[in-house]
Design a protein around this ligand. Structure first.
Ligand SMILES: NC(=O)c1ccc[n+]([C@@H]2O[C@H](COP(=O)([O-])OP(=O)(O)OC[C@H]3O[C@@H](n4cnc5c(N)ncnc54)[C@H](OP(=O)(O)O)[C@@H]3O)[C@@H](O)[C@H]2O)c1
Length: 415
């Protein structure tokens, strides 16, 4: 039976106003927003002042409100709100990936104890319905990987760089268009993608992992030469969040990747996101859509609210089935490592070097490195270096030993 939903909304910014509008336009739902809590009393709003309040307790202590929709931009405050709402027996819908990735297990337990739902589809890849699909559709098919472009800001910047726009100019353009925050660190250093990856890993593989244990590297150090290298090889650089099953273990990280022309993500440009799921029976599938923005994100929030009408909740069945699954950094991947300073390339030990190029102001080498040697470094702070993952397969220790071959004769020198 459909449930009557009375909503208390926290936040009336980009997503909150979008939700208000889409909810008004959707007459399929038996849901109404009773109260909206915001922060800034002086701000002009698109609806009358009587709808707004400034004290969380107005929603949290209102027994008629059975759904809290949390859409604020402060994850510490959001945690306090979400905890209290769940503890008071209210269903919660949130889009705050940082908060959820950092506190997921605690919030799942709290929701279970209080017999309420905690849904957060909008927190991963905006409008793309990936979490519920991983939960339901892929529950009986063995997943081997979930990966893709889950941050629209960096994808926009990288798309511009393909047209010869420098990183700094592309970032400025993204900020002018409202795609990037004034402080873009969470996006451009890959943190935002990592928070989303943590949630993808939980729903795809049942594994709980804290963001601090997942390596993330973004796009801040990318140079025109790196983009040129990519285009000469018919690649495009994309920031990929990548989770894969290797044997019975899971790997996961965020880093720039060279994507081949034939790959489904090659043409995914600007603020679009793409999630690629590989499974035993269904093979490879692509989810494509807008990863951010007022209406696209609000549509995912609306879908969660709609699911609440039928008491939907994530079951986390894979967490029960695969509770022994381990996360590992023990594998080799082929990378391109570039720097203006040839000595800086020695920062990372290569297990196998395939190509070396040296010139004044631009040096690179390609080859296999052990992931744990890479992830020891905080690459976002290594200003002189840029690395990106090449499209060759990951290898294990045995495969590396077998193929070890240092091709020093490939040194090219341009003076
Ligand atoms: N924007 C997107 O495309 C997008 C996509 C996916 C997920 N998300 C997530 O959605 C959430 C909202 O993002 P947004 O872009 O809509 O943010 P936003 O435009 O910056 O709006 C934030 C809203 O939160 C309110 N707020 C801040 N602190 C508050 C507090 N302590 N109590 C009550 N209200 C408070 C602000 O109030 P005032 O209006 O008074 O300033 C504002 O209305 C974030 O978690 C974000 O990560 C956003």
């Amino acid at each position: 039976m459909r449930k009557q939903l009375t909503i208390g909304l926290f936040g009336f910014g980009c997503v909150g106003t979008g939700l208000y509008q889409v909810l008004n336009q959707s007459n399929l739902l038996d849901a109404k927003i009773k109260r909206i809590i915001v922060k800034n009393k002086a701000k002009k709003r698109i609806i009358a002042a009587e709808h707004f309040g400034y004290e969380a307790s107005e929603i949290l202590n209102d027994s008629e409100i059975n759904v809290v929709v949390e859409l604020i931009n402060d994850s510490d405050e959001a945690l306090i709100i979400v905890r209290e709402a769940l503890a008071k027996g209210k269903h919660v819908v949130s889009a705050n990936k940082k908060l959820i990735a950092e506190h997921l297990d605690e919030l799942i337990d709290l929701a279970k104890q209080n017999k309420v739902s905690f849904l957060y589809e909008a927190s991963v890849a905006g409008s793309i319905p990936i979490l519920r699909n991983l939960e339901e559709y892929y529950n009986n098919d063995t997943l081997s990987s979930v990966q893709g472009i889950v941050n629209g800001t960096t994808n926009y910047i990288l798309t511009q760089s393909n047209y010869g726009v420098s990183y700094a100019d592309a970032l400025q353009k993204a900020q002018e268009l409202g795609f990037a925050e004034a402080n873009p660190t969470l996006d451009v250093d890959g943190f935002d993608s990592k928070f989303k990856l943590v949630l993808l890993i939980k729903h795809a593989f049942g594994l709980s992992i804290l963001p601090e244990n997942v390596f993330n590297y973004g796009i801040r150090q990318i140079k025109n030469q790196d983009v040129k290298y990519a285009s000469e090889k018919d690649y495009r650089i994309k920031l990929f969040a990548r989770a894969e099953k290797i044997g019975d273990k899971i790997i996961g990280f965020v880093a720039p990747h060279f994507i081949k022309k034939e790959h489904v993500a090659y043409q995914v440009d600007n603020e679009f996101n793409a999630v690629i799921v590989e499974a035993s029976f269904s093979d490879r599938q692509l989810f494509l859509g807008k990863g951010a923005g007022s209406f696209p994100t609000a549509s995912a929030v609306l879908s969660d609210i709609s699911a609440l009408q039928f008491d939907y909740q994530y079951e986390y069945r894979k967490s029960d089935k695969e509770s022994n699954t381990e996360f590992t950094e023990d594998f080799y991947l082929k990378i391109y490592l570039a720097s203006s300073d040839v000595d800086a390339l020695k920062t990372i030990p290569f297990a196998q070097i395939d190509e070396i190029f040296q010139s004044k102001g631009y040096n690179y080498q390609t080859g296999y490195v052990k992931f744990s040697d890479l992830s020891k470094n905080n690459f976002n702070d290594l200003e002189k270096l840029f690395f990106a993952v090449l499209p060759e397969p990951f290898l294990n220790e045995n495969e590396i030993v077998n193929s070890k071959q240092i091709k020093e004769d490939l040194i090219n020198e341009i003076v």
